[in-house]
Design a protein around this ligand. Structure first.
Ligand code: HEM
Length: 195
């Protein structure tokens, strides 16, 4: 049975979710107004793909950068509990947010290439595809399994154990290199080198 306290907490949560949903819808609606009133693009489809692609890239790369900064800060403080919490949060956001958003970025990128006939051999598009493949495989083959292993280590030997801390430092370092790959792709997309 709900206590008055938990009923109040549920009502608070509902109110917070409603404000978030209404705010999110308002942002999408206004962005669509901008989209249909933009004269910069060859078609509304291209504008739509670019909006999805760049917004997704901002969330993905910006989110990753924020985690990188927090990891560097936690390492500097040498706080094992904070490192463990950060590793858990990074695993959660990586699987639940970055992976699906990354897929959207890829699909919208493919949409733009087809829509404007950019050409699959264009250097910065090749860099984007290779960068995506690297980060996808790193997530699938390294970050995912390592995050699971860290979860298990925390449960069995504890967050403060040397083995757990070494695994956390390793995964955060790999994630940092992955972020570097994404930042390079962003540079290639903006600067379009070798064309
Ligand atoms: C690895 C992840 C990727 C990230 C973080 C990323 C990021 C970006 C960013 C920030 C832009 C805006 C550049 C500008 O307007 O100056 C952009 C544009 C673009 N990207 Fe990507 N991109 C990625 C992957 C890809 C892939 C795999 C493709 C192709 C399949 C692609 C195709 C494009 C196209 C066609 C544009 C539009 C260029 C223009 O209109 O000038 N991107 N990307």
């Amino acid at each position: 049975m709900d206590t008055p306290h938990s009923a109040e907490a549920a009502a608070d949560r509902r109110a917070s979710n409603t404000v978030t949903a209404v705010g999110g819808l308002a942002v999408v609606a206004l962005a669509l107004v901008f989209l249909f009133n933009s004269n910069v693009f060859t078609s509304n489809w291209y504008a739509f793909f670019k909006w999805v692609h760049v917004t997704g890239a901002v969330l993905w790369v910006g989110g990753g950068l924020a985690l990188t900064i927090l990891a560097l800060w936690a390492e500097r403080k040498q706080d094992p509990a904070e490192m463990a919490m950060l590793a858990r949060q990074a695993a959660f956001i990586g699987q639940r947010v970055f992976a699906p958003v990354g897929l959207l970025v890829l699909l919208a990128g493919i949409g733009m290439v087809i829509n404007l006939h950019w050409g699959w051999g264009t250097s910065w598009i090749v860099i984007g595809l290779v960068g995506y493949a690297i980060t996808f495989l790193t997530g699938l083959l390294v970050l995912g399994p390592q995050a699971k292993r860290i979860g298990l280590l925390i449960e069995t030997v504890g967050a403060e154990a040397a083995e757990t801390q070494a695994a956390i430092k390793r995964i955060l370092l790999i994630a940092r290199v992955d972020e570097g790959v994404l930042l390079l792709v962003v540079a290639a997309m903006i600067l379009k080198p070798f064309t």
